[in-house]
Design a protein around this ligand. Sequence first.
Ligand code: AMP
Ligand code: ZN
Length: 113
Amino acid sequence: MADCLFCKIIAGEIPSKKVYEDDTCYAFYDIDPQAPVHFLVVPKQHISGPSAVNEDNSAVIGHIYAVIAKLADELGLKDGYRVVANDGRDGGQTVGHLHFHVLAGRSLAWPPG
Ligand code: AMP
Ligand code: ZN
């Protein structure tokens, strides 16, 4: 999608530090890490956010969770991690392309602020 930051990252038009890529998803390190390990996993298909998920486009999300589990294992995140997908203003979403934050490497507070 034109003018979507993460579509441009997926297309290689904006540089990113790649963690993983396959036919349907792309993972890269967050530019402003909130934990010692902080990367994002995004569907290659433009989906604007969690609220735009429906029965027709949701298969990639199960795949993304499987990819996250594999990456967590490969990266040695044996003490756990958090997966977060923000939606809309109150959810704190700043980029309008569905993305799953993976945060690890420190004890994370709950509930979030
Ligand atoms: P959210 O606030 O949930 O929409 O998350 C968007 C995330 O994208 C934030 O954690 C940003 O730090 C991150 N971000 C913004 N621009 C870039 C970029 N060029 N490369 C990597 N991460 C980015
Ligand atoms: Zn996009």
